[in-house]
Write a protein that binds this ligand. Sequence first.
Ligand code: UDP
Ligand code: MG
Length: 311
Amino acid sequence: MKLSLVIPCYNEAENVLPLFNKINDTFSSSDFSYEFIFVNDGSSDGTIDELRKISDMNERPVKIIDFSRNFGKEAAIYAGLRETTGEYISLIDADLQQNPEFVLKMVNILDENREYDCVAAYQEKRNEGKVKIFFKNCFYKIINKMADIEFVNGASDFRTFRRNMCEAILEMSEYHRFSKGIFSWVGFNTYYMPYSADERLSGTSKWSFLKLCKYAIEGIVAFTTTPLRISTMIGTLTSFASLIYMLVVIIQKLAFGIAIPGYATIVVLILFLGGIQLLSLGIIGEYLSKTYIQTKGRPIYIAKEITSNDV
Ligand code: UDP
Ligand code: MG
């Protein structure tokens, strides 16, 4: 098998068949073998029935991994990767925002350039709201300052890579999966290919602003411990500053006999220090909770059923 296409699907009933057809149309002129690996991520809208129909058409090798509930896209990608057999592996969304033409381009680039292990598509121009773009840019700036690995702004998980990279990704069995970081962390030589995303064919994006914020924090916690160091630094600095202030107060009292009318100062200091303490505790808590979940060793996903057709 030359290419395995991994497609996570969450409530994409109206999109999966058009995607299947579009990929087949696009690939019709090329003569390599390819398989579909659909992951039904606990959809509630009949996606699974559509997927079974596609599989029963017996046009192409189709594998369906049916999750017992919604585990999230990251888990779906992991499950899909585990079932791949292709020399190359492509990740593509089910909503037709990513034109399969680009997959062909990625395959060609990998064919012609032995030195590249992965071709990742990145959006040159995001067609999203200005506020969202602003926060996304901020996120990339912050995480790149903090983490040792590089996060490429705009690079999505729409990418094609060789089997060795797939094996490396599967070796990373962490529960909280942040693919952007995982792709960078495993290394390999990546070629960044510009592309522009299309509109969703049907349905809405599953990413609300709040979900994106949560995802951003998860990324930071998963790939850098710098926030912990920052809270140590703030703690050291405030301790140092309060020591100096204490000396000032003692000198004022002893040398000049000035009584300190300190109500406002005390209130401000208590609030300030209380705030910093809670923030630091929160940061520690973030790391602790991730460690807690990870030590439970729960599976990343649970598949109700994994089926494949006879093609
Ligand atoms: N997806 C998934 N599980 C989820 C959320 C999303 O498998 O919990 C899939 C979804 O079906 C789609 C892809 O991940 O194929 C990208 O999702 P979406 O279009 O909502 O994200 P966006 O394109 O807005 O980044
Ligand atoms: Mg989408």
